[in-house]
Design a protein around this ligand. Structure first.
Ligand code: ADP
Length: 499
């Protein structure tokens, strides 16, 4: 695309200012790469408590901004920070909504009851900010349910606001399992009109569904891998949203996430103890020893290590590992390193394994970015047995670190990992299909036996994996094409609706 666009990118997370999962990394990478393509991209984020601690330099953009919600005015301030020294980031400061310990839920994983108001306000505030700054974006790009309402606000409230009303909206679905479904008593506050509270738009079995309404109003919608996009359209797919995504026709597609190789690369990752690259893995051996030491494992380069990193939630399928791990440890010469946080039962289970298997299992229950890097660098395999996976970033990172993925062939995991062929040694990882502990056991066994019995294959797979290119430079061109389509769709819509 030659045309340079003005893009307003809205998200509820962005690394390093606020992160609970992959969305944060994707938002940052998308912003930086769009900027590098010459677009005028500006990000809007809530100013969370954790953001206070992580932001280095911040200026006041607006000391006060009035956001009119249907039940009255909300007042906030807007701060201005910078991402990577080049992308403007506007932080919406509304302490009552955002000055809390968690992004979406409290310490007991209970959703904040006022989430629909927090994020409804946020979406509406982002457009108010455009008005107050005189910034008229060509594209308003929302991500997930938290910001999905912005496409509705554009068409319901801002359609007659000059250039801003002509902005096209794009909605990226990072995970259909989270739709923002809430009781109707919040609907009045949002001010989206009773006309829009119907089953094809916001109504969902008597509740409000933010994502469903967002999909309806967005000019184009995408998700984060081609295979996940296909899975979402299958009958019963997309957690009930398949019919609405089907209705979008060619205005719904999958674009594979890229990885930010500035941050995730073993050649110059500042968080790991030694650097390495394809063809020269001396540093990886040092990282493995350092990781074994840090996790109190037996320091032995000749024992293979399987890592598990991620949110301990049902989607990730880690309960399958928790069921299979005893038989794996009984039958195989293998160590485990576990890093995760989430579900209490799984946290307890994984947290107590080191005491049951001293020297063979190490775990850290919590969120720790540095450890994630050290594990990616030091482990031999990374297991991701997800029940579904829109894209998945960890397996893409692990390919770059020569840590071969063991994955269930679903969504983006299927798109990014090539199955090992033991006749030829081709492939970059080990895939299975059945979501069962047995399949986990068998596939870990397959990987481990390959590690011991066919080391030449492992070497070749590593070198192939490390050379795989999932950089944003490629995916960003697909996003430009998506923006182009959004502009065409929106201008047709404006022509028809305005006569
Ligand atoms: P999701 O977005 O569903 O959580 P992804 O694989 O797309 O899954 O992205 C997960 C990201 O979050 C990766 O950058 C991963 O390293 C990071 N991550 C997840 N859990 C933890 C944790 N406990 N500590 C540190 N980083 C974590």
């Amino acid at each position: 695309m030659d045309r340079k666009l003005k893009i307003l990118l809205l998200a509820s997370e962005m690394s390093p200012l606020a992160k609970s999962g992959g969305l944060a990394d994707v938002t940052a990478a998308l912003a930086i790469h769009l900027k590098r393509r010459g677009h005028d991209v500006r990000v809007v984020l809530p100013f969370y408590r954790c953001t206070h601690e992580r932001v280095h330099q911040v200026n006041v953009e607006l000391t006060s901004m009035c956001v009119r919600m249907a039940e009255g005015e909300e007042w906030c301030a807007v701060l201005h920070a910078c991402l990577d020294g080049e992308v403007p980031v506007y932080l919406i400061e509304h302490d009552h909504f955002f000055d809390r310990d968690g992004l979406y839920h409290d310490d007991n994983m209970q959703d904040y009851g006022d989430n629909p108001r927090r994020f409804g306000f946020f979406a509406r505030a982002a457009l108010q900010l455009c008005m107050d700054l005189g910034f008229a974006p060509d594209i308003v790009h929302a991500n997930d349910w938290q910001t999905a309402l912005v496409s509705a606000y554009l068409k319901v409230w801002f359609w007659n606001q000059g250039e801003l009303g002509r902005a096209a909206s794009v909605l990226t679905l990072h995970n259909l399992a989270y739709q923002g479904v809430y009781p109707t008593d919040h609907y009045g506050y949002l001010g989206l009109g009773l006309d829009n509270f119907q089953p094809s738009i916001f109504e969902d079995h008597g509740l409000i569904n933010f994502l469903k309404g967002g999909i309806h109003f967005a000019d184009v919608v995408n998700t984060v891998s081609p295979t996940y996009a296909r899975e979402c359209l299958e009958p019963g797919g997309g957690f009930g949203l398949a019919p609405y995504l089907t209705d979008k026709g060619d205005r719904f597609r999958g674009i594979l996430n890229g990885a930010d190789y500035q941050v995730w690369t073993p050649e110059h990752d500042p968080l790991i103890s030694a650097h390495f690259k394809a063809g020269d893995l001396v540093g990886k051996a040092l990282c493995k020893r350092e990781m074994q030491r840090a996790f109190l494992l037996e320091e032995d380069p000749n024992i293979c290590v399987v890592a598990l990193i991620g949110r301990l939630v049902e989607q990730k399928g880690f309960q399958l590992v928790s069921e299979a791990i005893h038989a794996i440890l009984r039958d195989m010469e293998v160590q485990f390193v576990i890093l995760g946080t989430g579900d209490q039962h799984l946290s307890h289970h994984f947290g107590t394994l080191p005491a049951r298997y001293p020297g063979r299992v190490g775990s850290f229950i919590g969120f720790n970015d540095e450890l994630a890097h050290r594990i990616e660098a030091g482990a031999d395999f990374l297991i991701m047995p997800s029940l579904f996976e829109p894209c998945g970033l960890n397996q893409i990172y692990s390919l770059r670190y020569g840590t071969l993925p063991i994955v269930r062939a679903t969504g983006g995991l299927d798109d990014t990992v090539d199955q090992y062929d033991e006749r030829t040694g081709e492939g970059t990882g080990f895939k299975f299909w059945q979501p069962t502990p047995r399949a986990v056991y068998d596939t870990v066994g397959w990987a481990v036996s390959t590690w011991y019995d066919r080391p030449a294959h492992i070497d070749r797979m590593r070198s192939r994996a490390m050379r795989k290119d999932f950089s944003w430079e490629r995916s960003i061109l697909d996003y430009e094409e998506l923006y182009d389509q959004a502009l065409r769709v929106k201008s047709d819509y404006d022509r028809h609706s305005r006569g």
